[in-house]
Design a protein around this ligand. Structure first.
Ligand SMILES: *Cc1c(COP(=O)(O)O)cnc(C)c1O
Length: 402
């Protein structure tokens, strides 16, 4: 492993000033046990062999890197390439860490996987892992999201998960996290809480990064083989930041490769109308760790908006806050309109319908291509857009200009 990844985070889970674990005393021993089990298991030949087998024979890895020739030609300037996580089983990168967390649960002798979910993407990926490993699965989801994301609720139930509706407060992601943690406390001996991104208390930001690292490892090797060189720029959308961290980890020691996280600018730069945490946020604490945050006037996590519900989080993974402060990665934003334009163009010109989340990375590449002639841009296409086609076409029709 590279030197940066070996040294970061510290043993207690700090990426510079960010990360750590602020937990209620009842949960402290359980997170400690998870950290110790992960430490041990990640060096075990059995665990590594099992994970390799699953990635190849169940998930369909490696996913390819595609040269987006038509899009590059239209944008003019740089050549654009995409790592195709849309072709990973279940249609997004999330299964990479959910399968590894399921395997960890199995090795720890747990009988259940638990989590919160917002739009349902993490819930579906975790329910898939639970079905594969023969584990129970309990997913907490706000009532508003349950009504909005019916197909994902159906999927989770088909996969055998229990979906617990959350009916208090805003009845959305934040309340789902609170509800899931409350339910986890009395079950912590037999269940593993599987967080959906590189967020939450230590060891999750490190563990989920390590599980997503496969994306960057494959992409680096594939890009080198295709072009004989490394990409000049690597970009990914950032919600919690797991697909971006997986990709960045593969290139973090290549000082000449510029890294870009693309945040959702929503409908405007006004607080409440975007979810661009690093672009506009400040230091703070959320859900048991220190990071950068969008805060309201009272200092509480602010409401956020983006057309891509998977990017809808007022915090961000602590490692991104760290990479921003050290300057190793750059953070920028794309708004709803740019993401929709990218959604249509990638569909029409490349035959790939992207998730609206991933469309933010495509929008970045399209914007940068013109001003970077002769350069190469590799994006992480974190997921496919099947889940978004009804919403997009009912709201905007079949072209962003119509
Ligand atoms: C959930 C999701 C994201 C956002 O999560 P990160 O942890 O920021 O990667 C991005 N793309 C897709 C397709 C998703 O499902």
């Amino acid at each position: 492993m590279s030197s940066y990844l070996k040294e970061t985070p510290t043993r207690d889970g700090f990426f510079g000033d960010y990360g750590g674990a602020q937990l209620p005393p009842v949960l402290e021993p359980h997170f400690k046990a998870i950290a110790e089990a992960y430490d041990k298991i990640s060096k075990s030949a059995d665990y590594i062999r099992d994970l390799r087998y699953i990635r190849k024979h169940f998930q369909g890895r490696p996913t390819p890197v595609s040269h987006l020739k038509n899009l590059s030609e239209i944008c003019g300037g740089a050549q654009i390439y995409a790592k195709r996580e849309d072709l990973n089983h279940t249609g997004a990168h999330k299964l990479n860490h959910c399968m590894a967390e399921g395997l960890l649960a199995k090795h720890m002798g747990k009988t259940k996987l638990m989590a919160e979910t917002g739009a349902g993407q993490h819930g579906v990926a975790l329910a898939t892992a639970a079905a594969y490993f023969g584990l129970e699965c309990e997913i907490h989801m706000g009532e508003i999201d349950i009504a909005k994301e019916a197909p994902n609720v159906t999927r989770m139930k088909l996969l055998g998960a229990e979906v617990v509706p959350v009916g208090f407060g805003g009845r959305s992601l934040k309340e789902a996290v609170d509800s899931a943690f409350e339910s986890y406390v009395p079950q912590a001996d037999t269940a593993l809480f599987a967080i959906g991104s590189v967020v939450g208390p230590h060891p999750f930001p490190k563990m989920v990064r390590d599980f997503q690292h496969i994306v960057g490892i494959e992409a680096r090797e594939q890009f080198l083989e295709m072009t004989g060189d490394l990409p000049d720029m690597v970009a990914a959308c950032v919600g919690g930041g797991s697909n971006a961290m997986g990709m960045f980890a593969g290139f973090i020691d290549d000082a000449d490769v510029a890294l870009y996280g693309v945040e959702p600018m929503g409908t405007s730069s006004k607080l409440g109308e975007h979810a661009a945490t690093i672009t506009f946020g400040e230091d703070g604490d959320i859900h048991g760790f220190r990071t950068m945050l969008l805060k309201d006037e009272a200092g509480e996590p602010a409401p956020v908006h983006t057309v891509a519900s998977g990017l809808d989080y007022p915090g961000v993974g602590p490692e991104h806050a760290h990479l921003y402060r050290t300057g190793r990665a750059n953070y920028t934003a794309a708004n709803d309109k740019e993401a929709l334009d990218a959604f249509y163009k990638l569909s029409r010109h490349e035959g790939i319908i992207p998730a609206l989340e991933s469309a933010h990375a495509v929008a970045f590449a399209m914007r940068e291509a013109a001003s970077n002639p002769g350069k190469s841009i590799l994006i992480n296409l974190s997921g496919r857009g099947d889940k978004d086609i009804d919403y997009v076409t009912e709201t905007y029709g079949f072209s962003v200009d119509s």
